[in-house]
Design a binder for this molecule. Structure first.
Ligand code: DQA
Length: 152
């Protein structure tokens, strides 16, 4: 069974109470539950984690490099700042789907640039919690194909 790491960065532990008009009312635990259900129906195994620390995120991406077949990443604000996260993703050589709950392109201009996108196979933003499920669908599809193709 293919394994997918679903990694969440800073402040995403506050989902449900943080700016619900932007991020919705679902908590991170609600999103994990939805991902578990979707993954089961796609025959995927998931590892769902959140951290507020850049180094921890880098460590988990390096772990995924050894143990996973794909990564779904919502790096939160680190999306817009972290070359370290980008380098870890590039080193992982895995299909990566970047997810944002909000549509970052409708927001402040500093959110329009994403380091993560430079290593991402695809980007889903603005669909709320549903974006994570759609990212699982996309990875299931990519992994079914040739591994070299999934990297593109
Ligand atoms: C976010 C968008 C980022 O700009 C922000 O810093 C977040 C959440 C999103 O899911 O919409 O923390 O990644």
């Amino acid at each position: 069974m293919s394994a997918i790491y679903i990694l969440n960065g800073p402040n995403l532990n506050l989902l449900g109470v943080r700016d619900p008009s932007i991020y919705g009312r679902d908590t991170l635990a609600d999103i994990e539950e939805r991902c578990l259900a979707r993954a089961a129906s796609l025959d995927l195994q998931i590892e769902f984690r959140q951290t507020n620390h850049e180094g921890q995120l880098v460590d988990w991406i390096q772990e995924a490099r050894e143990s996973a077949d794909g990564i779904i990443l919502n790096a939160g604000a680190l999306t817009h700042t972290s070359v370290a996260v980008l380098d870890a993703l590039l080193a992982a050589e895995l299909p990566v789907i970047e997810v944002h709950l909000s549509n970052i392109f409708r927001r402040e201009s500093f959110r329009h640039h994403s380091y993560v996108s430079l290593a991402a196979t695809g980007v889903i933003c603005g669909l709320g919690a549903q974006g994570y499920e759609r990212a699982l669908d996309a990875l299931a599809n990519l992994i079914e194909r040739e591994p070299e193709e999934a990297d593109r």
